[in-house]
Design a protein around this ligand. Structure first.
Ligand SMILES: Cc1cc2nc3c(=O)[nH]c(=O)nc-3n(C[C@H](O)[C@H](O)[C@H](O)COP(=O)(O)OP(=O)(O)OC[C@H]3O[C@@H](n4cnc5c(N)ncnc54)[C@H](O)[C@@H]3O)c2cc1C
Length: 375
């Protein structure tokens, strides 16, 4: 670790929602901080995603001081959830949004740069740490580094944390098609595949007259053609067959690495913070990035960040780990969706569990178990 190094207060690897939230939150905690964001892609890159920004993700963006980053035309209030013959629609009091990731991530990173973050296009290859600092590629150093480099995180590997194993790693494909007349909101349709984890198709209306279509699964041996076929079968009425699909991995929070390893903090997909019920990860990346950014500006960043993650997500993660083997049972999802149809409060609760940091109450689990026994 010798030679001329550029020195920063924090280095962030990855300019997705996790990296931008980390930069914004570090600069809110200390406006004069020298914050370096490194991403291998140029600003404005796309990310394979469903583009669904949940109500809690939108709140997180507002909490970062950007209440106007999401536009009224991008709002969605209506959710339709389907599993087998269970079919429930409902509206949420706080809207979600659908924003193509090339736009969302660009806006977030521009906001971070306006607050003082320095963005450099640079593919990180080496991360070394000692008791005082972290050094990146022999060029940059800082007392703390935040790994926000996504599902195939090199930072995570560099600090000795292995990637998730199957079935805790999902795969999903997505593409854009013209929106059918009158279609709005978010449509999720679970696939009745017995086994562990989630398998579902989605159609999310964008503000551009298109619909983001896709299919995700935790099945470990599956080809892209099979995913596209299931999307086409589950989404009749949408132009799935003529849509070009691309795929990406989702590391689920049912098998997380350590979130702080010495002076390196992992956030978002790099920390396997993807919701195993739905594949939601933007909220988790924003929330963990914000916690890591502020922790990085104080003493004992690693301990404080790990504690903050446990406070925010600990109970939810314990529930998900316990329930994960049952989440793939078609009857469980169908019973939950029927319960949403009967009880609007449970509907809101399920949206918060699947797309935010919500947790099941004991009475919800008891009534779901009773519903499954009756079926
Ligand atoms: C098909 C699909 C659909 C999804 N749909 C949704 C959805 O609708 N809603 C939702 O909330 N979540 C969804 N997710 C999950 C969501 O996309 C991720 O959880 C989210 O992008 C995580 O954000 P992040 O900031 O952690 O990482 P990313 O957004 O992946 O950003 C990581 C960044 O790191 C950079 N990088 C990687 N390696 C290096 C390196 N060595 N050096 C420098 N830079 C590097 C990359 O270029 C990238 O910009 C979906 C995922 C998939 C695959």
């Amino acid at each position: 670790m010798t030679g001329a190094l550029e020195v920063f207060d924090v280095i962030i690897v990855g300019a997705g929602p996790g990296g931008s939230a980390a930069a914004l939150s570090a600069l809110r905690a200390r406006p004069s901080a020298r914050v370096l964001v490194l991403d291998r892609a140029p600003l404005g890159r796309d990310k394979v995603c469903g583009d669904g920004v949940s109500p809690e993700a939108a709140e997180e963006i507002a909490r970062l001081g950007l209440p106007e980053l999401l536009r009224p035309s991008e709002r969605v209030f209506r959710f339709r959830l389907v599993a087998g013959d269970a079919d429930t629609s409902g509206t949420v009091p706080i809207p979600g949004y659908v924003v193509p990731r090339a736009e969302l991530d660009h806006r977030l990173m521009l906001a971070a740069c306006s607050s003082g973050a320095i963005y450099r296009q640079h593919a990180v290859r080496e991360v070394l740490q000692d008791s005082n600092r972290v050094v990146v590629d022999g060029k940059y150093s800082a007392p703390v580094l935040i790994g926000a480099d996504g599902a195939n995180s090199m930072v995570r590997r560099a600090v000795g944390q292995p990637p998730n194993r199957a079935p805790h790693m999902a795969l999903a494909v997505r593409g854009y098609a013209p929106a059918p007349a009158g279609f709005d909101g978010l449509y999720l349709r679970w696939d009745p595949v017995p086994g562990t984890g989630f398998h579902y198709a989605w159609a999310f209306a964008t503000a551009h007259g298109t619909v983001n279509l896709g299919y995700g699964t935790t099945a470990s041996v599956v080809s892209r053609a099979q995913l596209e076929d299931r999307a086409a079968e589950l989404l009749p009425g949408f132009e799935v067959r003529s849509t070009r699909m691309t795929g990406h991995m989702l590391p689920l929070s049912t098998q997380m690495p350590r979130t702080a390893i010495g002076r390196v903090l992992l956030v978002g997909d790099a920390a396997s913070l993807v919701n195993p019920l739905t594949g939601e990860g933007i909220f988790c990346a924003l929330a963990s990035g914000a916690l890591a950014g502020s922790a990085a500006m104080a003493e004992n960043a690693g301990d404080n960040y790990s504690r903050a993650i446990r406070r925010r997500f600990g109970w939810q993660h314990r529930q998900f780990r316990a329930l994960f083997p049952f989440l793939g049972w078609p009857i469980v999802i169908a019973t939950a969706i029927r319960a949403c149809g009967r009880d609007p409060r449970f509907f809101q609760q399920l949206i918060s569990i699947g797309l935010g940091a919500g947790t099941f109450r004991i009475r919800d689990l008891a009534s779901l178990a009773a519903g499954i026994r009756r079926s």
